[in-house]
Ligand binder design. Structure first.
Ligand SMILES: Cc1cc2nc3c(=O)[nH]c(=O)nc-3n(C[C@H](O)[C@H](O)[C@H](O)COP(=O)(O)O)c2cc1C
Length: 178
């Protein structure tokens, strides 16, 4: 296993996660900052662009995370592929993808219900089900993390190994102690 192969292995895991509903790695821990504390939540990985090194997620445009990303677009992803004993940590900056219509039209009616809760997500309510759902494209947003660094760790039976890849190094990569 050399540095380029290891990077490719990680990308293959991520690509698979974005297309295979049963993949372990599909539910990604997405972290941003709320200004005071790290703020993490699980999100479904929807698309991977290998050339651009970008990772796409869907969300409600009125959610807290979108407000936080507007204030500070820096974020990170944490992925655990249990089958392959692989941890992938990705750092980068989020952008709001303007091409939401293409993604919205691909969603079925059930999937659209994940967007458009009223009042907005995180608003306090008196009873647990005291909210409505009106799926509308105006409540839908597409977030894309443009990666600048990957930290990949493989827990190998023989001996673990880990490498770091950064855009400023032209993604050449470097082995580091696990
Ligand atoms: C398995 C799982 C998958 C989830 N997928 C998404 C998702 O793709 N997009 C999303 O906005 N929230 C998703 N959530 C909900 C978020 O984890 C979070 O609770 C919600 O988006 C509110 O986060 P916020 O207040 O930071 O905006 C998912 C939760 C779970 C448990």
């Amino acid at each position: 296993m050399n540095l380029p192969n290891f990077f490719e292995t990680a990308f293959n895991t991520l690509i698979r996660a974005s297309v295979d509903k049963k993949s372990d790695a599909r539910n990604v821990v997405v972290s941003i900052s709320d200004g005071e504390y790290p703020s993490s939540r699980i999100m479904v990985l929807r698309e991977v662009n290998v050339r651009e090194k970008s990772f796409t997620f869907f969300s409600d445009s009125n959610s807290q995370k979108c407000k936080l990303i507007e204030l500070n677009p820096r974020g990170s992803l944490t992925v655990w592929d249990r089958k392959n004993n692989l941890q992938i940590r990705i750092r980068g900056e989020f952008v709001f993808d303007p091409d939401i219509v293409r993604y919205w039209n691909r969603l079925g009616d059930l999937a659209k219900k994940s967007y458009g809760n009223q009042p907005s997500p995180s608003m306090p309510i008196l009873e647990r089900w005291e909210y409505d759902n009106k799926p509308e494209i105006s409540s839908f947003t597409v977030l894309k993390l443009l990666a600048n660094k990957f930290d990949i760790l493989l827990l190998d039976k023989e001996k673990h190994f880990r490498a770091v890849y950064e855009s400023r190094d032209s993604w050449k990569g470097c082995w580091v102690v696990p």
